[in-house]
Design a protein around this ligand. Structure first.
Ligand code: PEP
Ligand code: MG
Length: 558
């Protein structure tokens, strides 16, 4: 056996024969048109319109993130700037094929130069360009193979349109050689529950029909597996399948210590899926996601309607709504209009809301009205709180509106270090490990070049979490985690050991975290957390926790 490495998405494992995705269509040559500019223009326009219509049709056939990705692709295909670029090349004597190829390549290069999230969108442009070229040449667009039996799909970076429509009865697992953990392929794979390892550079050498084990939990692809390895992987896959389809139970450690399992949501429509997956409530509702494309502040009535719909899905349950977290990666034009050199360190989160207090007051009004109309237990919290004074400000203003439970997000090291003093003024704390890691490690969460620093397993981050856990216990105030760290099953156990009482995550992650928690008592969790805390870096902390969590073969099994 040999193991290839990549980034695993989720916790699944699958085995099967490899099938490679067909190579891209060859690039056209830059030869002068023989048809004339008018004919080339019509051909290009028709091909682009057909592709956009096809993507829209595909979007209508699916829902959730898949739908959003396909709709976004259809919009890119019809982007007027791209159309102008194509037109410019045709006017200069190019064929429709060359004009499309060259214009899309130019756009792709600009995205790649920006890097981070936008850089990872570059694959979307390639896919659209390929579809338009196929249309112009009258051939089928490159797509997922269909050998007639289930297979492990190996691709450079799967097009979002293909990922969205993958037939899970045929595709056992997905391996990409390009693409990172925030690429669309990864986002969609996570949502669909596809076993996936992305960014596995060496998988380019895999051959059709060779059998592999794809282990997303370990981020590995095992080639030439032994019969034993295959049997173990198959047993693990069956165990996971049984656990995923078992009726969800409330989150708890093995000794019964409750650890509430909550959902991170960005729109009310996602509540149904969260409830079906056993979310015990909502730990983070990102209100800014509702208004990312708005140029004006949302009205009270539009907000009330959205919050009412969300709260109505969780009668008697806790729903934590975060007030608008504008700035940095989520700019809202009506809150962040000034240019900032370092927006992550600028007027974002509560700072931006205070600067436009009327918008905060309108949001609190809408939340109070939605609370009055529904049965949910509404908690409100402020993002990017850094001081005691900000904490006191937010809880006081929330109480003015009759909002019963008001807390803060701990995302800045300063608030973790002074958690006892901040919590004296707040009803609860929710740790945002995405930003807390970014600020602790001084590593922009959107920048691929510093991605290795963006690891919440780092003992510096864990020590800050422990500080907040201790403060919560001392003051009798609930402490939760709502960053991505909560979705990592072993890290979830560590967080419980550090005094965290609730974990909020993408609903698709709930089953794996529930299962991991149920395997360890609170005493175990504290021991595993201590092992991670004692490590020197993130990798060592993960390894130490793995070793501490592994069953001791010398002990009788429970
Ligand atoms: C976080 O920072 O961990 C968090 C949950 O907030 P967001 O990811 O929306 O910044
Ligand atoms: Mg944050």
């Amino acid at each position: 056996m040999a193991a290839l490495r990549g980034v695993g998405i989720g916790q699944g494992v699958a085995t099967g024969p490899v099938r490679r995705m067909a190579e891209a269509l060859p690039a056209p040559e830059n030869v002068p048109t023989t048809l004339g500019a008018d004919a080339e223009r019509t051909r290009a326009q028709e091909a682009i319109a057909d592709v956009a219509a096809d993507l829209t049709r595909r979007a209508e056939a699916v829902d959730g993130a898949a739908q959003e990705v396909l709709e976004a692709q259809a919009m890119i295909a019809e982007d007027p700037t791209l159309a102008d670029e194509v037109e410019e090349r045709i006017a200069a004597g190019a064929t429709a094929e060359w004009a499309v190829h060259d214009a899309f390549a130019g756009f792709r290069a600009s995205l790649e130069a920006i890097g981070g999230y936008l850089g990872e969108r570059a694959a979307d442009l390639d896919d659209i360009a390929q579809r338009v070229l196929a249309r112009l040449r009258g051939v089928a667009a490159p797509g997922v193979p269909d050998p007639g039996y289930p297979f492990v799909l190996v691709a450079r970076d799967l097009a979002p349109a293909d990922t969205a429509l993958l037939d899970l009865d045929k595709v056992l697992a997905l391996i990409t050689t390009d693409g990172g953990p925030t690429s669309h392929t990864a986002i969609l794979a996570r949502e669909k529950g596809i076993v996936a390892v992305v960014g596995a550079v060496d998988a380019a050498g895999l051959a059709d029909d060779e059998t592999v084990i794809v282990d997303a939990a370990a981020g590995t692809i095992t080639t030439e597996p032994s019969a034993d390895e295959l049997a173990r992987a198959t047993a693990r896959a069956a165990e996971k399948q049984a656990a995923d389809t078992a009726p969800p139970t409330p989150g708890a450690l093995a000794d019964g210590t409750p650890i509430a399992l909550l959902a991170n949501l960005g729109k009310p429509g996602d509540a149904v899926d969260a409830v079906a997956r056993g979310a015990e409530g909502v730990g983070l509702f990102r209100t800014e996601f509702l208004f990312l494309s708005s140029t004006n502040a949302p009205t009270v009535s539009a907000q009330r309607e959205a919050y009412r719909e969300l709260l109505a899905a969780f009668p008697g349950r806790k729903v934590v709504v975060r007030v608008l977290d504008a700035g940095a990666d989520k700019p809202l034009p009506f809150l962040n209009d000034a240019h900032e050199e370092n927006p992550a360190l600028g007027l974002r989160g509560l700072r931006a809301l205070r600067a436009s207090e009327d918008i905060l007051r309108e949001q609190l009004t809408a939340l109070a009205e939605a609370q009055a109309e529904t049965e949910a237990d509404l908690w409100v919290m402020a993002p990017m709180v850094a001081t005691v004074e900000e904490t006191a400000y937010f809880t006081a203003i929330a109480r003015e509106y009759g909002l019963r439970t008001a807390g803060i997000m701990v995302e800045v090291p300063a608030s973790a270090l002074l958690a006892d003093r901040l919590l004296a003024h707040a009803d609860f704390a929710s740790i945002g490990t995405n930003d807390l890691t970014q600020y602790t490690m001084a590593a922009d969460r959107l920048l691929g070049s510093v991605a290795s620093f963006q690891d919440p397993w780092h003992p510096a981050v864990l020590r800050l979490v422990a500080e907040v856990g201790r403060a919560g216990a001392a003051l009798g105030k609930p402490v939760g985690v709502c960053g991505e760290a909560a979705a990592d099953p072993l890290l979830a156990v560590v967080l419980a050991g550090l005094g965290v009482g609730s974990l909020s995550m993408a609903p698709a992650a709930l089953a794996d975290v529930r299962r991991a928690l149920a395997q360890h008592t609170l005493e175990d969790a504290r021991r595993i957390a201590a092992a991670a805390l004692a490590a020197d870096d993130a990798g060592a902390a993960r390894a130490a926790a793995q070793a501490a969590a592994a069953p001791d073969p010398s002990l009788p099994t429970r």
